[in-house]
Design a protein around this ligand. Structure first.
Ligand code: PAF
Length: 282
């Protein structure tokens, strides 16, 4: 695996690959890699010729400077993991390399998409995400960009940005990786005790309940209430939001339009850890 720390060296390398007709896949990450990230690299393998992973803890998407400071940076381990899955290129820039102008201003009008759900809890977060992802897209000019469905709203935000900026990039939405019991993999799970992990299974159970009970003449309110009951019946879970939404706008719906895709979103706290999960239902 080749490692580049500057934009110029990365671009020179990618230019050669592009001229040789190679199909480039980009997998943007903030490091602290786990199986979920590695599955994005596996996903990209059969559909590209050159896999570029970026590791950059992007300061502009953090609301709280303490979170940014505390963010894990196990870079040696990350490099070993990337090598174990045969990643071709790692881009590992510094903050100065990505943001040479400290006063750089970025805004993209995403309508309500970056204001609701995660956007409401973390104001400015998706502007920061789009800012850095747009920089990476411009730099790498990938044919395909891989993102995990786990952060569903993030994926919809990136999809909208690709449309707005009219970028010739195929967005690959890679399935959520769950453990054998159904818990969606996340680096945050490390902070849960065994008991906490068992409690956290209620999230995927409640999502599955909606998926299994949805059909043509369904009363969504009833299903949502039953799913919520299932979730809150587990002691030690505090639900932040649980919503059945149309996928691309993420607007909550009272009725399913079977011509459109829908998703159930959930965010809940277990043992002081904020967990998010989702399931596509139609
Ligand atoms: O999902 C993440 O790890 C980050 O939000 C991303 C897409 C790498 C942008 O910093």
């Amino acid at each position: 695996m080749e490692i580049f720390k500057t934009k110029a060296s990365l671009q020179t390398h990618l230019q050669k690959a592009r001229s040789a007709g190679k199909k480039i896949a980009l997998i943007p990450t903030m490091g602290a890699l786990h199986e979920g990230h590695l599955s994005l690299l596996e996903y990209a393998k059969p559909i590209s010729d050159l896999r570029v992973c970026s590791i950059f803890v992007n300061p502009t998407q953090f609301n709280d400077p303490k979170d940014l400071e505390k963010y894990p940076r196990p870079i040696e381990n990350d490099i070993n993991l990337l090598e174990s899955v045969g990643c071709d290129v790692l881009f590992l820039p510094s903050v100065e390399e990505m943001y040479p102008d400290k006063n750089e201003h970025w805004h993209i009008d995403l309508g309500e998409l970056d204001q609701i759900w995660e956007g409401e809890k973390r104001p400015g977060h998706f502007q920061g995400v789009t800012q850095v992802v747009y920089k990476l897209f411009t730099l790498v000019q990938p044919h395909i960009a891989c993102f995990g469905q786990k952060d569903f709203q993030q994926v919809m935000v990136i999809k909208r940005m690709i449309e707005i900026k009219d970028l010739p990039i195929e967005l690959a939405i890679c399935p959520i990786i769950r453990d054998k019991d159904g818990l969606a993999l996340s680096s945050r799970n490390m902070r849960l005790s065994d008991d906490g992990k068992t409690k956290a299974l209620a999230l995927s159970r409640s999502l599955r309940y909606v998926k299994d009970h949805i059909h043509d003449q369904v009363d969504l309110k009833e299903i949502k209430n039953d799913a919520l009951k299932l979730l809150t019946a587990t002691a030690g879970i505090t639900v932040e939001y649980f919503a059945i939404c149309e996928s691309s706008s993420l607007k909550e719906v009272n009725q399913i339009d079977f011509d459109k895709q829908h998703v159930v979103l959930v965010t809940a706290w277990v043992e002081g850890v904020r967990l998010i999960d989702n399931m596509i239902i139609t």
